[in-house]
Design a protein around this ligand. Structure first.
Ligand code: 3SK
Length: 515
């Protein structure tokens, strides 16, 4: 077993097993520039583990990663875990101040950084007393160590640390809707827990799959899609270091013909609207797609299925729980819902007093997850508020129907009452985007002349739409779709919506602007 006194290192299970079972020559990764077979990935991670030790990093210490999605990412991430060192992959889009906070918070001993991302860091590195080395991947090393040169000095032979299944293997920072990011400590056993539940039993990933994920490896969603899941079955992963625009994704689809594509709703919608969609070859081998980050509108799921013949499995996960715990399943899809609990996960909907609510009533979603993080680093009260024994609070409001399917109603703190009746911003947004003029929408409460809360909408229009007479049409549209009191009293056209790193709309930012 994975628990108890015996040792368990996630890299033995995820990676070494592939070589032991005869998949050494199979392609594990391509990033359009470099390729790594399973055997090459095994030896490179051994070199990386040796490098960690040579640089003086001890077991349980953290190394930070600010790296683009290239083949060096799995080498450093799995190399650290092999050495019993704890990698902390960080969002590649943070500001210098956010990096200064997070690097100090996790006390990184070594920072692995892609050369293209170095400029934002150069002024903060001297203010980090725990940081002993910077290792730069690709291009100029800027006076620091160069990853390729350092790996080249190391031996292919290494010792895999005899870690415990229940010790922290890596951390992920959770952005949340407010406050500084919090470091979630994830255990060695958590990787296999997501692979054996969602990936195997819902997604049905197989050895012959070729996976392409728009979500990057530093996100929990991308880490599962592009590392845990494909390695767990010996499949092949295409990594994309660029921003995943429709044009970039279509080009990769044409070149590599993935069988699984993992996207987010905004991207699926943008791809369906893009002129590159006409390229016939793209997506011809797709057998299934996944969506997370925010709820997938029904219209997008149906249009995608009609164009590509592949379903999108909409699911919900979190950084705290590592991957998806509620999902639609092949052959059991209801677009517009988040589906049912993933096998191995239990969910509950509770009211403010902690009592379970009946079908058809809104409650906060709690999850009993085999892949839950151990807690937030150095955040006792936030850990206690989120990780309640076996149950993890998600902060998401859901409703369950008689078939046991769950539908998203908004963040616990985004709901508001109009005329004494709860309004889910998400419900009004969903109605707005069924109007042909609207690409995206966000709804927040705002006070009217009488100081009473009413919905205010921010909309991103589709290309070429003229706003004349549009606002009245949108108000009527919402009244008809979801009820007369829910229509947005004010509508503003914006070029884009503020979103978290995982694609969730940051309504709190819009609320601050509104009130
Ligand atoms: O945003 C999600 O639904 C998600 C899915 C998988 C892993 C992590 C997250 C945040």
């Amino acid at each position: 077993g994975m628990t108890g006194a015996g040792s368990y290192n996630a890299v033995s299970w995820l990676l070494d097993r592939n070589v032991a079972e005869g998949r050494g020559d199979k392609l594990a990764y391509t990033d359009t520039v470099s390729e790594l077979s399973y055997r090459a990935l095994q030896t490179q991670t051994c070199r990386a583990a040796n490098l960690m030790r040579r640089l003086g990093v001890r077991r349980e210490e953290r190394v930070a990663m600010i790296m683009l999605d290239t083949v060096e990412f799995p080498v450093v991430f799995l190399g650290a875990i092999r050495a019993g060192v704890v990698p902390v992959p960080l969002n590649t889009l943070l500001t210098a101040e956010q990096y200064a906070y997070v690097l100090a918070d996790c006390r990184a001993r070594v920072l692995f950084v892609s050369e293209a991302l170095y400029p934002v860091l150069k002024d903060i590195l001297s203010g980090l007393p725990d940081l002993a080395h910077v290792v730069v991947s690709g291009g100029d090393a800027h006076g620091h160590l160069k990853l390729a040169d350092e790996l080249a000095q190391e031996s292919d032979a290494c010792e895999t640390a005899a870690t415990h299944a229940e010790e922290p293997a890596f951390w992920l920072y959770s952005s949340g809707s407010t406050g500084m990011p919090k470091g979630v400590r994830h255990l060695h056993a958590n990787l296999a827990a997501t692979a054996e539940t969602y990936a195997r039993q819902v997604l049905g990933i197989r050895e012959d799959d070729v996976v392409l994920s728009a979500a990057k490896l530093f996100f929990a969603y991308g880490l599962g899609n592009s590392l845990t899941f494909p390695l767990s079955v010996g499949a092949t992963t295409v990594l994309n270091s660029e921003r995943p625009t429709p044009a970039v994704v279509f080009k990769l689809m044409q070149r590599y013909n993935p069988t699984i594509f993992c996207g987010v709703p905004t991207l699926f919608a943008a791809m369906l609207n893009d002129s590159a969609l006409k390229s016939e070859a793209a997506g011809s081998r797709l057998r299934i797609c996944t969506s997370a980050g925010e709820a997938l509108p029904e219209s997008v799921g149906l249009a995608w299925k009609a164009r590509f013949g592949a379903d999108i499995l909409d699911g919900v996960g979190s950084t705290e729980l590592l991957h998806i715990f509620l999902s639609n399943a092949p052959g059991d899809i209801k677009y517009g819902t988040s589906g049912k609990p993933v096998p191995g996960y239990k969910v509950r909907l509770v009211n403010e007093t902690g009592t379970e609510v009946a079908d058809g009533e809104v409650g906060e979603l709690l999850v009993d997850a085999p892949s839950a993080g151990e807690g937030y680093w150095n955040q006792r009260s936030k850990s206690r508020a989120t990780f309640e024994g076996n149950w993890t609070r998600t902060g998401d409001k859901y409703i369950r129907d008689a078939d046991g399917r769950y539908t998203f109603c908004g963040r616990a703190d985004d709901m508001f009452k109009v005329s004494g009746i709860w309004v889910s911003p998400f419900e009004v947004e969903s109605a707005l985007i069924t109007h042909p003029a609207v690409l995206e929408a966000a709804v927040v409460p705002d006070a009217d002349f009488d100081g009473l809360l009413k919905p205010r909408a921010y909309v991103v229009l589709r290309e070429g739409v003229a706003p004349d007479g549009l606002f009245e049409a949108l108000k009527d549209h919402v009244k008809q779709k979801v009820g007369p009191w829910k229509y947005p009293r004010w509508i503003e056209v914006v070029p884009s919506l503020p979103k978290t790193a995982t694609g969730k709309i940051q309504r709190f930012k819009l609320r601050e602007g509104a009130q």
